[in-house]
Design a protein. Structure first.
Length: 202
């Protein structure tokens, strides 16, 4: 099922890792630039528009970037070989942006909260769901628990977990609403591109 690392996926992983290393170095050097990279509530003085983009490449914890890059490493090549590098890059950016915007709007205007959103989870989720839509019957084996299931089922379980966690107001620190908001963008991209692929006779 899994393919070799493809160019766009490889470059996205490199960018995320380079940013993480730079953040680590700056934090140890008491340079406060990393503090401005996450996405903050627009009602606070910390908010800057560029954070909509920088937040999706920003990780402060090793395990945060590790799990995100593992997901991108395994599922990015599947999507890239199916729809091409340009569309994979668009999916990564569009999914991250839409996830951040949904999260931002909800926690700014519906349920006020002083948040700081960061990480590639929304973007990687986009890639995962696209992979599941294109290869729903492909078999995957989870690391934990060590069980085998279809990629489509795994994606449904992830979405279900986010729904339950969001409705239960989980305080785990995971942006479940950002994941769910991005699912709409993933579905939209898939329908647009699948229709386009159909017109080409594929």
């Amino acid at each position: 099922m899994f393919q070799r690392l493809t160019p766009v996926t490889k470059n996205l992983i490199i960018v995320n890792v380079v940013v993480f290393v730079m953040i680590f170095i700056m934090q140890r050097s008491y340079i406060n630039i990393p503090e401005y990279l996450p996405l903050y509530n627009p009602r606070t003085a910390n908010f800057q528009p560029f954070q909509l983009v920088t937040s999706m490449f920003t990780h402060f914890q090793p395990f945060h970037i590790l799990f995100n890059m593992i997901g991108l490493y395994f599922f990015g090549p599947l999507v890239e070989q199916r729809i091409g590098g340009q569309k994979t890059f668009i999916a990564y950016i569009a999914g991250g942006l839409f996830s951040a915007i949904v999260f931002l709007l909800f926690y700014t205007f519906i349920k006020s909260s002083n948040f700081a959103l960061l990480g590639a989870s929304g973007s990687v989720y986009t890639i995962l769901i696209l992979a599941a839509l294109y290869f729903k019957n492909a078999k995957v084996r989870l690391l934990f628990p060590p069980v085998t299931m279809t990629l489509g089922l795994m994606a449904l379980l992830y979405i279900g977990y986010d729904v339950i966690s969001f409705l239960g107001r989980s305080n785990s620190g995971v942006a479940h609403l950002a994941h769910l908001g991005g699912a709409a963008m993933r579905g939209l991209l898939w329908m647009i591109w699948e229709k386009g692929l159909g017109k080409k006779g594929r």
